[in-house]
Design a protein around this ligand. Structure first.
Ligand code: FE2
Length: 375
C-alpha cells in the first residue's frame, strides 16, 4: 500500500493552465498592501489590539528552492485504535453523524508520542476534530512547530505572510476594521471556496493544525466535507470509472493572485499530478481528491469532458450537506483535520471589521496514491 518514493516525470500538457474550470477564488484581501501594523499593535477606535502580536504577519523577499521529495512516516499506522493515550480523560462529542468531533479534556501540547500517533489516527477517522481549551497559541511558536513537526515535514506556504522568524507558520489574517466582506460581496454572491490545502504540492499536507488567535464574536466558522464519504456515496459503476484517473493541480493562479495584490511568491509556482481517488495510508479508506481551487484538468480527457466531470464532482462535494460539518471557533480552539480525506471552506459572513487571526501548522504527508479498485 505504501507509495513508491520515486519522482516520476510529470508531464503537464501544454495550453490548459489558464483554462479549465478551476478559477482560484480568494475571499479575503490579505497581503502586505492591506496590512496596517498600527491598527494591529495598538488597536483602533472600534477594535482592540491583536491578542497575539507574536503571530502578526510579516512578508520578506526571501525565496525558497523547489520542494524535494521526502519519505513521509505515517504515525497513524502505529496508533492503538482504542486511543488510551489520547482520550483517557477526554469528552468526545460528535459534531454530526458522518464527520467531525469536538473534544474537551485533552491538552495537545502535553501529548506523548503515543498520544500523537493516536491523534493522527483519530483525526483520520473523524476527518476533523475541534480541540477546545488548548494552550497552543500561548506556548512558544517553536514548541508548537515541534509538536506539528512530528506528523511530517513543515510546509512553507508560497504566498502567505508568516510570524517573524517562523516561515513555516501559515497565517490567516484579517485585521481590525478590514472591509473585505463588504468589498467582496460587491462582486460575488457567495464566499464558498471548497478546497484541500495546497494540493498542488507533490506531497500535500496530512494531519493539519489550525488554531484561533483572534476571532469575531460570531461568524468566520469553517465548513468541512468528508471526502471519503463523498466517494462512497457514488455508485460502484461511477467509482470504477474514476479509478485510475489523474488530474493536474496548479499553484499558478494562487501565485498570480498574490502578485496581483502586491504580495509575495516565496517559491516558484508548481503543478502536480495526483489520482482523483486517493487511499489513506492508515485507514485504507478511499477519498475523492479534487477541489475547485487547485484542480485544473483530468489527464487524458478533452477539456469539455474534464470540465464536465470535475464540475459534477465539485457540485457533489459542495452539496453534500449530510457529509459536511460546520466548526465554530472559540478562544483556545485548535482544529485538527486530515487534509487527505477532507475539503474545507472558510466563511466570510461578518462585516463589522472584527479581526480574524489564525495560525496553521501544515505537516506534509505522502504523495497521494490509489490502491486497487474494490467494487
Ligand atoms: Fe485552507
Amino acid at each position: 500500500m505504501a507509495p513508491a518514493l520515486v519522482d516520476t516525470p510529470q508531464v503537464v500538457p501544454v495550453g490548459f493552465t489558464k483554462s479549465g474550470n478551476g478559477e482560484y477564488k480568494e475571499a479575503f484581501a490579505a497581503g502586505p498592501k492591506h496590512y496596517r501594523p498600527d491598527a494591529e499593535l495598538k488597536g483602533t477606535e472600534k477594535q482592540p489590539p491583536a491578542k497575539y502580536p507574536k503571530y502578526l504577519p510579516t512578508w520578506t523577499d526571501k525565496t525558497y528552492p523547489p520542494l524535494e521529495l521526502f519519505e513521509h512516516y505515517e504515525h497513524g499506522k502505529d496508533a492503538d485504535p482504542s486511543f488510551p493515550n489520547l482520550l483517557q480523560d477526554a469528552t468526545v462529542v460528535d459534531l454530526t453523524a458522518n464527520i467531525g468531533a469536538e473534544v474537551n479534556g485533552v491538552q495537545l501540547s502535553k501529548l506523548t508520542d503515543k498520544g500523537k500517533d493516536e491523534l493522527a489516527l483519530f483525526v483520520a477517522q473523524k476527518k476533523v476534530v475541534a480541540f477546545r481549551n488548548q494552550n497552543f497559541a500561548d506556548i512558544d511558536i517553536k514548541d508548537a512547530l515541534e509538536i506539528g513537526g512530528y506528523f511530517g515535514r513543515h510546509h512553507i506556504h508560497p504566498t502567505s505572510g508568516a510570524p517573524e522568524g517562523y516561515p513555516e507558520v501559515h497565517l490567516v489574517h484579517r485585521g481590525a476594521d478590514d472591509t473585505t466582506a463588504r468589498d467582496f460581496f460587491e462582486e460575488r454572491t457567495n464566499s464558498i471556496t471548497w478546497h484541500s490545502d495546497v494540493t498542488y504540492e507533490k506531497q500535500p499536507p496530512g494531519t493539519t493544525f489550525l488554531y484561533l488567535l483572534d476571532g469575531p464574536a460570531a461568524g468566520g466558522d469553517t465548513l468541512f466535507a468528508n471526502q471519503a464519504l463523498a466517494y462512497r456515496r457514488l455508485s460502484p459503476e461511477f467509482r470504477k470509472r474514476l479509478h485510475g484517473l489523474k488530474a493536474v493541480h496548479s499553484a499558478i493562479e494562487q501565485a498570480n493572485t498574490s502578485k496581483g495584490r502586491g504580495g509575495v511568491v516565496r517559491r516558484e509556482a508548481v503543478m502536480s499530478i495526483h489520482p482523483i481517488v486517493r487511499t489513506h495510508p492508515a485507514t485504507g479508506e478511499k477519498a475523492l481528491f479534487v477541489n475547485p481551487q487547485f484542480t485544473r484538468r483530468i489527464l487524458g480527457f478533452k477539456k469539455e469532458e474534464s470540465d464536465f466531470l470535475l464540475k459534477f464532482l465539485y457540485d457533489h462535494i459542495a452539496k453534500g450537506q449530510d457529509f459536511q460539518a460546520r466548526v465554530k471557533w472559540a478562544p483556545g480552539t485548535v482544529v485538527v483535520w486530515d487534509n487527505r480525506v477532507t475539503a474545507h471552506s472558510a466563511l466570510l459572513d461578518w462585516e463589522d471589521g472584527q479581526r480574524r487571526h489564525l495560525a496553521r501548522i501544515t505537516p506534509q504527508a505522502e504523495p497521494p496514491f490509489e490502491t486497487d479498485f474494490e467494487g
